[in-house]
Design a binder for this molecule. Structure first.
Ligand code: NAI
Length: 466
């Protein structure tokens, strides 16, 4: 059996970076090199200020960097030295061409695979870490096999990543499960064992699930679809709550106490964001359509549609409450990341909210503890939102505290569930706001009756106004 001694990870992003840093941390006997074509990102990984924010990540990286953990742009060299290569590149939704808007863009996976095939001088285990459509491993295998020879063979595994941003390090150190799919051939099973051995350094073996390649690939899409479906289900119920006087937190709690349902992932919100849920469901929708399963495609598509509806519904509630116009009104948007404890803004609900506020000519004051001003300008300057940064700057002000954001505003909108928003001095904030002062809690994190006692008019997702 192969014993892995040298790992290369292609893609130093939100997945490749933390995942392989934890492998290096837990496997001091293995050399781990994380490579990327993005030199700025690699320089940041090699600096005192890492390119992504994750609680606990700095400690892990600083403990192993330049010992058995390396970050480099020398892709070819790292590939050649490695006996196992993770492909952890981005797989965004295709923007143009066949399947645009649904299918995953596999250009980066293919380019990484071809890169491996072109330069490898010894046998490699190639591991799909990126989230990909079911049977992508087949295309990768075809490319790799076309380049294998008597003395160089490539074995391919699927090892999807289940970490959640914001809790990535904890998820990696104590995973619910690690999934490793392989071709059911002696060589495939041998490669699977080699990767099991890597994870077994710290993951109890009963938590390491081995399956065939296609089950492993589909399980990742399925897990994300099921998680997003729970959120859309609870968000659909939140609309009923607002119209009836039921309280979504109480409903979710009562339902979650049923052991068959369970309490997790039942929090209503302004809508899910992040780089994965929407992309992976659309990918599943596309796959279902390709398999001529239109009813299945429509079923999963509804999860994404409901998410869009939830964001629109929240914006409509805000405008309606603010006397049907927000033109020239000042709105404080608290939170811009797609969830707490991350600086990632990909598909963040805050972007949609902000875009709508800008279109209505409101003046938006934004505060987020981890997202940089440049990132906010970039997200809002994308074509289709507002054409350029100068135009965006006319509508938004980025502040360095929640208090500053709330100054002289008509309304506060909570877009991200950062803990610090729970403990702000709301009396102080109230005093500095225009009256009547409104709070729209899109994350259900605030004590509505306390705020009401201060004088706020409070609107919470999934509850009638108080
Ligand atoms: P990312 O965009 O943060 O990182 C991908 C990196 O790959 C980029 O830095 C890019 O420059 C690099 N890259 C692309 N092609 C390359 C090539 N040929 N050679 C070298 N570097 C190359 O993406 P992220 O978020 O890390 O996601 C990676 C994959 O993991 C995606 O398929 C995603 O769906 C999946 N995933 C993401 C999770 C998340 O929470 N972000 C969780 C689980 C899976």
């Amino acid at each position: 059996m192969t014993h892995v001694k040298n790992i290369c990870c292609i893609g130093a992003g939100y997945v490749g970076g933390p995942t392989c840093a934890v492998i290096a941390y837990k496997c001091p006997d293995i050399k781990v090199t994380i490579v990327d074509v993005n030199a700025i990102r690699i320089a940041a990984w090699n600096s005192g200020r890492l390119p992504i924010y994750e609680p606990g990540l700095d400690e892990i990286v600083f403990a192993r960097r330049n010992k058995n953990l390396f970050f480099s742009t020398e892709v070819e060299k790292a590939v050649n030295e490695a006996d196992l290569i993770f492909v952890s590149v981005n797989t965004p939704t295709k923007k143009t061409g066949v399947g645009a808007g649904y299918a995953a863009d596999l250009a980066y996976v293919e380019s990484a695979t071809r890169g491996i095939a072109d330069v490898a001088k010894s046998s490699k285990i190639v591991v799909e870490k990126s989230t990909v459509p079911c049977r992508t491993a087949e295309s990768m295998r075809t490319i790799l096999e076309a380049n294998s020879s008597d003395d160089i063979r490539f074995d391919i595994l699927s090892n999807p990543e289940f970490l959640a941003e914001g809790t990535a390090i904890n998820d990696l150190l104590y995973p619910d499960r690690v999934l490793i799919g392989a071709l059911q051939t002696p060589e495939g099973l041998n490669a699977q064992k080699a990767l099991v051995e890597v994870y077994a350094h710290w993951v109890p073996t009963e938590r390491i699930i081995t399956t065939n390649l296609w089950s492993s690939e589909l399980s990742k899409l399925a897990a994300n679809a099921l998680l997003a479906q729970r959120i859309s289900s609870v968000n659909a119920l939140s609309a009923i709550c607002e119209a009836t006087g039921a309280d979504i937190d109480e409903v979710a709690y009562a339902c979650g106490r049923d052991a068959r349902i369970g309490p997790k992932f039942l929090k209503a919100s302004v809508g899910f964001g992040g780089s994965c849920f929407q992309k992976d469901i659309l990918n599943l929708v596309y796959l279902s359509e390709q398999l001529n399963l239109p009813e299945v495609a429509a079923y999963w598509k509804q999860v994404v549609d409901l998410n869009e509806y939830q964001k629109k519904r929240f914006v409509s509630r805000i405008i309606k409450t603010l006397f049907n116009t927000i033109t020239n009104k000042r709105i404080a948007l608290l939170g811009f990341a797609f969830k707490k404890d991350t600086g990632d803004t990909r598909e963040s609900a805050a972007i949609t909210l902000c875009k709508n506020f800008i279109q209505e000519n409101a003046k938006v004051r934004i505060y987020d503890p981890k997202v940089s001003s440049e990132q906010i300008y970039m997200d809002l300057s994308e074509p289709g939102i507002v054409d350029n940064t100068e135009e965006v700057k006319k509508h938004i002000t980025i502040t360095s505290s929640a208090y500053e954001a709330a100054d002289n505003t008509d309304a506060i909108v909570i877009a991200t569930e950062w803990d610090e928003f729970k403990t702000l001095d709301y009396e102080k904030i109230y005093d500095r706001m225009n009256k009547p002062a409104f709070i729209f809690d899109g994350r259900l994190i605030l004590d509505a009756s306390k705020l009401q006692n201060i004088g706020f008019r409070v609107h919470t997702i999934g509850r009638a106004a108080i």
